[in-house]
Design a protein around this ligand. Structure first.
Ligand code: M6R
Length: 577
């Protein structure tokens, strides 16, 4: 949540470059944005307009795109924040938990605050300290005084460099030609350099155009190695597609092939290592949030079918439900690799000596670095806030892993089956547009289609704002069926003619529901309310049904004219608890 960027350059560059780079982080939050280029400070509510920078040029600057936590999405609360005397300008991602107490103490010293944010205390704290000490020493004091999470960039009058601080919020430094770029993630600069240094917790750096110095929280210098990273650029361009979401769904077959190939080749050792870790553990607990949680539910289901003791927990509740010891393997699933709730679950597991593995999309992320072993799903950049191709790659990887334990499936033709499904877009669109006419929708599944039902419902909610519930078909009659009215859309996921889910669909139909079906029963293929999936394998059916559901969500949202790639209130990378 929130994206930050800072550039220190050897030569003058147009200030709009700050906003162009910031735009690459806009999926982290888009309530407001702002920048400071050492002369101008501008803030606006809403999505980033690079023209806001005008014709100004600069050699250093910082910028911020906000997902509001403390204080509404107003210009006053937008970053950057400035200290009273204008000497310190900061941008911040994270939450300063003890900001009220810090604010009171600064107010007693005469500081006047201009916003309702927690972040503003950082600017005032630095200004107050600078009255007596050099910036590096004040930052050491800040690490001691502040509680919570922060990635902060600070510009201080009289100093050419940018000061960068990190605790529990992501921050990375990219070394490009003639400039150093600080950012929340590598995507901000992956078109300009493949050399980066990753901040660890409680580290800060003083970053100039051609040099940088890293320190620990006590101000002791530390050596920081630059790493080469690989991040495919081609897939982050929308081209002729109306929305990134559709583009990213259509990339799924290629993404699946790329990942499966990698598991047999460059990631073979890591893949085999994970299989060994699973075999050597008494139990497996997945930890994940949102869409990744639904993929992990599939993982737990597939493994459970092969006799491997496995469960999954929503990461934000992990510590309340997980029983972890040294024989427990925790597998974190995360597209971004930066989700705070997952990081928190892993910390909890680590304290209890659990072993940790990760399945991530973004390389070099915090979650990957916390794990003894990690696999990359290689879905490529997802720009749309709603995750689609990353989910499919996570799910296919879960199936591929389960195959090692005896789950009967050939994963090699999954990509081809997705391509076949794409030929049915017209039918899927027609069904989606009928669902779009309702304010509620229910998606029901059983066994392995239950996680898929939940994922389809989440996609519908996020992109079309239709209230959608994904649930176990068996649970309907225990309460939710009371909500079924004449015409309420119910999408039922029927694998291998499962008689129980068919009965659940009949129960709602008898009460007036408009029932749509995703099925692999060839006899149903021509029926109007049916999307037919060509596979006899139930493991694959779940994944293909999810693709159909993603398309339903997309077409429903498009019909309703929603801002599909950037839904209201959301951010792609959830780095606060
Ligand atoms: O980056 P992660 O996979 O850890 O993110 C988890 C969730 O925040 C994410 O899946 C979220 O639910 C998306 N908006 C789903 O489309």
């Amino acid at each position: 949540m929130c994206g930050i960027i800072g550039i220190a350059s050897r030569t003058e560059f147009p200030s709009r470059v700050l906003l162009e780079r910031l735009k690459r982080l806009e999926y982290r939050g888009y309530d407001s944005y702002g920048f400071y280029d050492s002369r101008n400070l501008k803030k606006r509510v809403g999505g980033i307009d690079v023209e806001a920078a005008g014709r100004a040029t600069t050699r250093t600057g910082i910028a911020h795109t906000r997902w509001a936590t403390h204080g509404g999405a107003t210009e006053r609360n937008a970053h950057p924040h400035v200290s009273c005397d204008g000497r310190v300008v900061i941008v911040h991602n994270g939450i300063i938990e003890n900001h009220e107490e810090m604010r009171k103490s600064l107010e007693k010293k005469g500081h006047r605050f201009a916003s309702e944010t927690d972040s503003e205390v950082i600017a005032h704290f630095l200004e107050e300290g600078l009255k007596r000490k050099p910036a590096e020493a004040v930052i050491v004091d800040f690490f001691a005084a502040a509680a919570g999470s922060f990635a902060v960039l600070a510009a201080i009058k009289g100093r050419e460099e940018i000061f960068a601080l990190k605790r529990d919020s992501p921050l990375v430094l990219g070394a490009a030609d003639g400039m150093n770029i600080l950012a929340s993630d590598i995507y901000a600069f992956s078109d300009a350099t493949s050399r980066a240094a990753f901040f660890e917790n409680d580290e800060f750096a003083v970053v100039g155009a051609e040099s940088f110095r890293f320190f620990d929280r006590k101000g002791r210098p530390i050596e920081k190695a630059m790493r080469e990273f690989v991040w495919d650029q081609k897939e982050s361009v929308k081209r002729s597609h109306k929305h990134y979401m559709l583009k990213e769904i259509l990339e799924e077959p290629a993404a699946v092939e790329r990942m499966l190939f990698s598991m047999e080749n460059d990631q073979k050792a890591a893949f085999d290592g994970l299989i060994r870790l699973i075999r050597g553990s008494k139990k497996i607990i997945f930890a994940a949030c949102g869409t990744s949680y639904h993929a992990s539910l599939l993982g737990a289901y597939y493994l459970h079918r092969t006799g491997v003791e496995s469960q999954t927990l929503i990461a934000s509740e992990f510590r309340h439900y997980a029983n972890v010891d040294r024989d427990t393997l925790i597998i974190a699933l995360s597209q971004s690799g930066e989700t705070m709730d997952v990081i928190d679950a892993l910390k909890y597991a680590r304290e209890r000596s659990g072993r940790i593995a990760a399945v991530v999309n973004a390389p070099y992320s915090t979650i990957q670095r916390m794990s003894e072993l990690s696999l990359h799903i290689l879905a490529g950049q997802e720009v749309c806030v709603a995750s689609t191709k990353a989910f499919i790659n996570q799910a296919v990887l879960m199936l591929r892993i389960a195959r090692e334990f005896g789950f009967p499936v050939d994963t090699d033709n999954v990509a081809g089956k997705i391509r076949l499904l794409f030929r049915k877009k017209a039918r899927i669109r027609e069904i989606a547009e009928r669902i779009a006419a309702s304010k509620d929708a229910y998606i029901i599944g059983r066994g392995l289609t239950y996680p898929v039902a939940r994922e389809i419902a989440l996609k519908i909610k996020e992109t079309s704002y239709i209230h959608a519930e994904g649930m176990m078909g068996g649970e309907l009659k225990h309460g939710t069926i009371a909500l079924i009215e004449d015409g309420t859309p119910v999408l039922s996921l029927v694998s291998n003619n499962d008689p129980d889910i068919i009965s659940n669909a009949r129960e709602v139909e008898a009460r007036g529901a408009q029932v749509f079906t995703i099925t692999n029963d060839g006899r149903m293929e021509r029926k109007r309310n049916v999307i037919h999936i060509e596979t006899g394998n139930d493991g694959k059916f779940g994944i293909l049904a999810a693709v159909a559901g993603q398309l339903i969500a997309y077409y429903a949202a498009d019909k309703l004219g929603r801002p599909i790639d950037k839904p209201r209130n959301l951010a792609k990378s959830v780095t606060v608890k």
